[in-house]
Design a protein around this ligand. Structure first.
Ligand SMILES: N[C@@H](CCC(=O)N[C@@H](CS)C(=O)NCC(=O)O)C(=O)O
Length: 224
C-alpha cells in the first residue's frame, strides 16, 4: 500500500510523464513513482492502461478504491483542479483556452524534435530540424516579456515545454546552438526552465546518460 494517495506510473525517459511530475512537484504534492519497462510491459500495467502508454496516475480515493487516469493532459488538469499550490492555468477562460492550444502545439513540436533526435539519416534530421525550428520561431513571435511563456508566473505551458527543451541541454552545443540561434526570448525561456527546481527534480540523476544510451540504441546519427 503506497503511503500517498497518488502513484505515477512512469518511464524514466518519457516527456509526457515529466509533465505530470513537474505539476506534482510544483504543487508540492507527495506521490509515489513506479517506472516500468515499456519494452516488456507488465500485465498489471496493460490491465490498467487503455492505451498501453505512460503516464498513468493511480488515485487512491477516500473509500480505498483506486481510480486510474491516463493521458498526460487529463492528469495535469486533474492535479490543477484538485491540488493546492500556485494555479498553473489562468482564471480567464480565453487565456486558459489559449494555453491549452499552446499545449497541443507543444505536443506537435515534441514530435518534430523527437524525429530529429532519433533520425538515422541526414535528410530526415534536416527536415525535422527545420520543422522544429519553425515552431520555435513561431513561439518567439508570440512571447512577450518572459521569463516564462506567459510572463512572470510559471504555467502549464511551461510544464509541457520543459521536458522538450531538456533534450537540447544534453546534446552537444554544436547541435543545439543553430536550432535556438537568433531566438532570444525562447532561449532565455529554455534557460529559465532548465533551472526550475520542479523541472530538475522531474527526472532521475542519470537521465542524460539514459537518453544518450537511447540514441545509441536507436542508431541515431546524433549518437555518432
Ligand atoms: N498522449 C499520451 C502520450 C504518452 C506516450 O506517448 N507515452 C509513451 C512513452 S513517452 C509510451 O508510453 N509509449 C509506449 C507505447 O506506445 O507502447 C500522453 O499525453 O500521455
Amino acid at each position: 500500500m503506497p503511503e500517498t494517495s497518488l502513484t505515477l506510473v512512469s518511464h524514466p525517459l518519457c516527456p509526457f510523464v515529466q509533465r505530470a511530475a513537474i505539476v506534482l512537484l510544483e504543487k508540492a504534492v507527495p506521490f509515489d513513482r513506479i517506472d516500468i519497462d515499456l519494452s516488456a510491459k507488465p500485465d498489471w500495467f496493460l490491465a490498467l492502461s487503455p492505451t498501453g502508454k505512460v503516464p498513468l496516475l493511480k488515485v487512491r480515493q477516500a473509500d480505498g478504491e483506486a481510480a486510474i487516469l491516463f493521458e498526460s493532459t487529463a492528469i495535469c488538469e486533474y492535479l490543477e483542479e484538485t491540488q493546492g499550490g500556485a494555479a498553473l492555468y489562468p482564471d480567464d477562460a480565453l487565456a486558459r483556452a489559449q494555453q491549452r492550444a499552446w499545449i497541443e502545439f507543444a505536443t506537435q513540436a515534441l514530435a518534430d524534435a523527437w524525429q530529429f533526435l532519433n533520425a538515422a539519416d541526414q535528410p530526415t534530421a534536416d527536415a525535422r530540424q527545420r520543422a522544429f525550428r519553425g515552431k520555435l520561431q513561431r513561439l518567439e513571435s508570440v512571447m512577450e516579456s518572459g521569463p516564462y511563456f506567459r510572463g512572470a508566473a510559471f504555467s502549464m505551458v511551461d510544464a509541457v515545454f520543459a521536458p522538450l527543451f531538456r533534450y537540447f541541454d544534453i546534446l552537444d552545443p554544436k547541435v543545439s546552438r543553430p536550432i535556438f540561434e537568433d531566438l532570444p526570448r525562447v532561449s532565455a525561456w529554455r534557460a529559465k526552465l532548465a533551472a526550475r527546481p520542479s523541472v530538475i527534480a522531474a527526472v532521475a540523476k542519470d537521465y542524460a546518460e539514459r537518453f544518450r544510451e537511447h540514441l545509441r540504441r536507436q542508431g541515431a546519427i546524433l549518437a555518432a
